[in-house]
Design a protein around this ligand. Structure first.
Ligand code: NKO
Length: 211
């Protein structure tokens, strides 16, 4: 159990590496937090620094969630607790100590975590994300809807994509961890949700770029 807590701390530290901020800074494009939505995530890095930097941020932010969960799984950590490793990584990304606990929104890191945890579990959420993005052109809406779909999947409502099998009587633990993770991601999108309701949210492509 001690090793387990240490692993969660490691996942938190992994999650707390602000790749988006670092990449934009290294590219000489200033502080991403002073541009666009002010977020350090892939979407806003793309606004501030272009497509390549945005994609690099998406991959690196996903990797810092993927690796701690993937390695823990390889080491044979009980699946009941793997979702808490995921939660720790996302917490690190969202409450980054080095950024006065003002980190990102956790979407890319959560994506990496889910892929390592049980890759099929991401399918409904990713589908929902793409659908929202293609139809409405808001990344933030896709993220919020994907988070909700991810929770439904973890709760077993979307049968075929069900969560990792766990010991009998332990199923509530991963659900709790995923619920906290999803709640965190959605809470971090509150400003986006307000803008969506008011119709002022920035679209991913096309007209009206008014964050
Ligand atoms: O700058 O406030 P902004 O408009 O940037 O940014 C809002 C945005 C913040 O997130 C990001 C990361 C973008 C990642 C896009 C690829 C996501 C693929 C999603 C698959 C669903 C995985 C389930 C995770 C649910 C928590 O939202």
């Amino acid at each position: 159990f001690k090793l387990y807590l240490i692993w969660c701390l490691g996942a938190f530290l992994s999650g707390s590496i602000p790749f988006g901020l670092l990449l934009v800074k290294l590219a000489g494009k200033g502080d991403v937090r002073a541009q666009g939505s002010g977020n350090i995530g892939a979407t806003n890095v793309m606004r501030a620094g272009g497509k390549a930097l945005g994609i690099a941020t998406l991959l690196l932010d996903a990797a810092k969630g993927f690796l701690p969960v993937f390695i823990a799984k390889k080491f044979g950590f009980a699946p009941e607790f793997l979702a808490f490793v995921a939660l720790a990584a996302v917490l690190g990304h969202v409450f980054t100590p080095w950024l006065r606990f003002q980190g990102g929104k956790g979407v890319a890191t959560a994506l990496g975590c889910v892929l390592a945890y049980h890759a099929p579990m991401v399918v409904p959420a990713f589908g929902a994300f793409l659908l929202c993005l293609l139809v409405f052109r808001y990344v933030s809406l896709g993220s919020v809807v994907a988070a909700l779909v991810l929770l439904l999947t973890a709760m077993g409502f979307l049968g075929a994509w069900a969560r990792l099998p766990v010991q009998e009587g332990m199923a509530q633990w991963p659900i709790l961890a995923w619920a906290l993770l999803v709640g965190l991601v959605i809470r971090k999108h509150s400003a986006n949700i307000n803008r969506l309701v008011q119709g002022t949210e920035s679209k991913f492509w096309g007209s009206s770029r008014n964050v």
